[in-house]
Design a protein around this ligand. Structure first.
Ligand code: DCP
Ligand code: MG
Length: 413
């Protein structure tokens, strides 16, 4: 009998029942460890247990723009920019790879994008369609692992150490997933395969678009050593610039810094940089099915006394909630309004509906309705909040019981 221990991976043929958690080494093997990607380590007389996770990061290519090109063949091969329209002072949500060649990218003002690429087709996003595709790809991920951690509509981490198909090769799982996504949605995804989240995420960007990249355990450290600092996931443009000014241009140079010096220069993030410079990342892939609610609230510098300012605040909060729901690919059936009066007394009012709420208008309508049954017409308000619960994505995972794979084949050869 074996039992599941997180999604860690046993290299040696050892019954897990014999082990304390304390005996389980969770970090990635170092470059000089004897772990090889394809090696099935023979059972030693005194079993040494090394656990290696197999993590895949999947990320759709130019997601919104690709969906638009899929649904309108005349847009294929052309620069497409999805987001706010240039004449409406909007920003770019994403651009097709054809538009990226002109320097257009996410978060850029659409007007700037228009200047860079005037012949691009500018489109408003169609969130319902993207959400539907997102559900499709998550359903595909769920076929392979119980441990799927979506990061946004178009990307997710999967821990496939123990996977539902009992496939020993994580690379093969990634290949199958990419093929299923293409076949079932008509869209391409890129995937990264490695031993932890940081490496898998970094890997998925390497052969983008429509690419697959493996960082095998024995190559992890040398890969990071040569990696330019701006390519590190988790190191943004500003930090990268600061690092370069300190003479840190790649992983090797980052590695030469002590943890305490990194903390001195970069605060708490310094510890993370210290770890990733060594190709280490012990964060587990956490299924977001445990998420119970999505909400937002706002405390006001000065108490609100009139219905107009309360409505304005409610609109802002509803927008934030709608955006967070969008990001999480979630919708909820129960809306709860929180009101804190000027004297700090706090109340909540909830309504549950039979359909799923995710749109700003619905959130605002119900929240406004609930606000009208409070005492805000006679009392001042210092905080308002809106929460959606009873989420669509609430836990429905089933645990089929654990079987621990006993061969390690990240490369799938
Ligand atoms: N998005 C957005 N605003 C941003 C970034 C992204 O609205 N600032 C949306 C549009 C993207 C989607 O999220 O299509 C996914 O984001 P990604 O960062 O994965 O970007 P893409 O999928 O568009 O391109 P890539 O091929 O680089 O992954
Ligand atoms: Mg993407």
């Amino acid at each position: 009998m074996t039992r599941r221990v997180g999604r860690a991976f046993l290299l040696n043929h050892v019954s897990l029942r014999q082990l304390d958690d304390a005996q389980i080494h969770l970090s990635a093997p170092s470059a000089n460890s004897s772990v090889e990607p394809d090696e099935e380590t023979p059972t030693a007389s005194a079993p040494q247990v090394v656990l290696v996770r197999k993590v895949i990061h999947v990320d759709m290519d130019a997601f919104y723009a690709s969906v638009e090109q899929r649904d309108n063949p005349s847009l294929r091969g052309k620069p497409v920019v999805v987001g706010g329209l240039p004449e409406q002072r909007g920003v770019v949500a994403t651009a097709s790879y054809e538009a990226r060649e002109f320097g257009v990218h996410s978060a850029m003002p659409s007007r700037t994008a228009f200047k860079k690429c005037p012949h691009a087709v500018f489109l408003r996003p169609r969130f319902e369609v993207y959400r539907a595709v997102s559900e499709q790809i998550r359903e595909i991920f769920d076929r392979y692992s119980e441990l799927v951690e979506p990061l946004s509509l178009d990307e997710a981490y999967l821990d496939v150490t123990v996977n539902k198909k009992s496939m020993p090769s994580a690379t093969l799982v990634a290949r199958e997933i990419r093929a299923a996504i293409l076949q079932e949605t008509g869209l391409t995804a890129s995937a990264g395969v490695s031993i932890n989240k940081f490496l898998a995420k970094t890997a998925s960007g390497i052969n983008k678009p429509d690419g697959l990249y493996l960082i095998a355990p024995d190559r992890a450290e040398s890969f990071v050593e040569a990696l330019p600092i701006e390519k590190f996931h988790g190191i943004g443009a500003v930090t990268a610039e600061k690092m370069r000014s300190l003479g840190i241009h790649n992983g090797g140079e980052l590695r030469s810094w002590s943890e305490s010096d990194l903390i001195k220069k970069f605060g708490k993030a310094g510890s993370y940089y210290y770890q990733i410079a060594r190709a280490r990342d012990d964060r587990a892939v956490v299924s977001n099915r445990v998420r119970k609610s999505v909400g937002a609230e706002e405390s006001f510098a000065e108490d609100l006394n009139d219905s107009e300012s309360m409505h304005k605040a409610l609109v802002e909060i509803a927008e934030t909630v709608a955006r967070r729901l969008e990001k999480a690919g979630a919708a909820g059936r129960t809306l709860t309004l929180k009101v804190k009066y000027g004297d700090y007394q706090q109340i909540t009012r909830s309504r549950t509906v039979t359909w799923s709420i995710c749109k700003i208008d619905d959130i605002l309508n119900i929240a406004t309705d609930l606000l009208s049954v409070t005492e805000v017409s006679t009392r001042s308000v210092r905080l308002l909040g809106i929460t959606l619960s009873n989420l669509d994505e609430d836990d429905d995972s089933s645990d089929a019981g654990g079987v621990v794979q006993l061969t390690l084949d990240l490369a799938g050869r």
